[in-house]
Write a protein that binds this ligand. Structure first.
Ligand code: FES
Length: 192
């Protein structure tokens, strides 16, 4: 078994002058959330949610500020933020393309869909296009196994995908011609 070491001990943290955890947010954390839990660790998830809700992701600097406010080791905050996939520890793009990677979709060619998007966007899973438009991720079962392979584009579910179809949808997202509304939602095709 190979161990993967994290570079967190030597990582340079980008800092900005103003805190992410603003005065009102700190007050809310300490006076509203913290008393609800027996230990400071309990308030960690709402603290991370608060930061993500405000900024769209959780910067390292914010993790340090939360650790300071709650009196926790920064490593506890970092470990928690990186354990849950729901927390974004890197800035995300304007749009999220999330391809299901669970077993039904895998059997129905989801991997080829993901590879097609990686090729067309020139990024890997977990990365964002340089123009900041699209972030590509993989998720577990989207509850649409009967119409696999499935993917989400932001909050729209797309089913029975092919690599070509998903590439077309993602191109329309990038070009700004995508119309929200679910499966087949591309302008000019009679989509919703
Ligand atoms: S396995 Fe992909 S939607 Fe269920």
């Amino acid at each position: 078994m190979a161990w993967i070491t994290k570079p967190s001990a030597t990582e340079q943290i980008e800092r900005r002058a103003e805190p992410y955890l603003t005065g009102p947010m700190r007050t809310k954390l300490l006076e509203t959330y913290r008393p609800r839990f027996e230990t400071a660790l309990g308030a960690l998830l709402p603290a991370l949610h608060m930061i993500q809700h405000e900024y769209g992701w959780v910067p390292r600097q914010a993790m340090l500020e939360i650790a300071d406010a709650l009196g926790l080791p920064p490593a506890d905050v970092f470990d928690t933020a990186t354990f849950y996939e729901e927390y974004w520890t890197k800035p995300k793009g304007e749009h999220i393309v999330a391809v299901c990677r669970s077993v039904a979709c895998e059997f129905c060619n989801a991997t080829a869909c993901t590879e097609a998007i990686k090729d067309s966007l020139g990024i890997d899973v977990g990365e964002t296009t340089p123009d900041g438009k699209v972030t590509l991720v993989e998720l577990e079962c989207l509850g649409s196994c009967g119409t696999a392979p499935a993917a989400l584009i932001d909050e729209d579910l797309h089913e029975n995908l092919t690599p070509e179809r998903l590439t077309q949808l993602v191109s329309s997202v990038r070009e700004g011609t995508y119309t929200k509304g679910g499966t087949g939602a591309v302008k000019g095709e009679g989509g919703a």
